[in-house]
Design a binder for this molecule. Structure first.
Ligand SMILES: Nc1nc2c(c(=O)[nH]1)N[C@H]1C(S)=C(S)[C@@H](COP(=O)(O)O)O[C@H]1N2
Ligand SMILES: [Mo]
Length: 319
């Protein structure tokens, strides 16, 4: 119980402001010493960093029609400043520890109200010939944000293949929870496995995306290899990583952060500058790599595509 309320996650303002310092320091270390050679001199963290370097294959994909026209967050920051609690609570832990994850072979269990349930090999679920790029903003509930060039397929295209049945109203997702691959699982900071969910109309929205790549290559383990959800109009924690289960259901699925603190994290968790987190404001955010804060946009700037999903819904109650 005590650890559940540890102040430093999800997230003190302190942590949010220290992120710039963290990244600057990392950058300094890496450029001053130059890559792998540095590993011995720098000791543990650089050694671990080198160890995690699975070779990421380049992907073939079509260029995006989805681009906010903002500077991309550097690849280095996207792959070293992460939330993936299965690998530890600190931002650096996923990139240090996720080399343990084996994303190949991978299978996803598809169940519930679908015409074609079963255990799908990654290759049978994701059409690697249909990959496209999507440049999306990512807004973490902690108050920082990035702009990420994902590669993947629309979630709708995956769901259509599975054949949602007429009574299905929600899609529930689960992350792998394997103690041998994920050192964070031994700590009960969340009720493992990490679970998330969307309404079916949200899941079928054109923006909902399954990412299998990043910056032109396969997605690094720490970002959720081999496949993760990306829902850019919602707080980052909805974008569940390393998915092993997809279930269509008529019941609203439980979600990890809601189970952990239901007054702080709702099912919808749409980015909304007008609805503050009980412990901090959501009006502004710090874009990684920038110094001053910028205004957070309603639905993270994606209102045109998604606002219609919520007509008539009180977004303060349904946060
Ligand atoms: N399984 C799982 N998925 C997760 C998380 C996690 O801890 N475990 N963290 C979430 C949070 S809080 C954010 S902000 C994003 C971060 O994605 P990134 O590390 O690729 O930027 O992943 C989300 N998906
Ligand atoms: Mo987050």
């Amino acid at each position: 119980m005590l650890i559940k309320h540890r102040e430093n996650w999800h997230a003190s303002e302190n942590e949010v402001t220290s992120e710039q310092h963290y990244l600057n320091r990392r950058h300094f270390i890496r450029s001053a010493t130059g890559g792998v050679l540095a590993a011995t001199a720098l000791g543990v963290s650089q050694t671990v960093f080198a160890r995690e370097n699975r070779t990421l294959q380049p992907l073939t994909y079509s260029k995006t029609a989805y681009n906010p026209g903002e500077d991309l967050t550097p690849e280095d920051a996207i792959t070293s400043y992460n939330n993936f609690y299965e690998f530890g609570l600190d931002k650096s832990n996923p990139s240090e520890n996720a080399w343990r994850l084996e994303p190949k072979p991978w299978s996803v269990k598809v169940s519930g109200m679908v015409d074609a349930p079963g255990d799908y090999a990654f290759e049978d679920l994701i059409d690697m010939k249909a990959l496209e790029e999507r440049i999306y903003r990512l807004r973490c509930v902690e108050g920082w944000s990035m702009v990420v060039p994902w590669i993947g397929v629309p979630l709708a295209s995956v769901l259509k293949k599975l054949g949602p049945q007429s009574g299905a109203k929600y899609v529930a997702f689960e992350t792998l929870a394997d103690r041998d691959q994920m050192p964070g699982i031994r700590y009960p900071v969340l009720d493992w496995p990490y679970v998330e969910g969307l309404t079916l109309p949200e899941a079928m929205n054109e923006l909902a995306f399954i990412a299998v790549g990043l910056y032109g290559k396969e997605i690094p383990n720490q970002n959720g290899a081999p496949l993760r959800l990306v829902v850019p109009w919602k707080y980052g924690f909805k974008s569940i990583k390393s998915i092993v289960s997809i279930k269509l259901t008529d019941r609203k699925p439980a979600t990890s952060w809601n189970k952990s603190a239901s007054n702080e994290y709702g099912f919808y968790s749409n980015v909304n500058p007008e609805v503050d987190h009980p412990r901090w404001s959501q009006a502004r955010e710090r874009r990684i790599g920038e110094f001053s804060r910028r205004k957070t946009l309603m639905f993270n700037g994606y209102g045109e595509q998604v606002a219609h999903l919520y007509t008539g819904l009180d977004l303060e109650k349904n946060f």
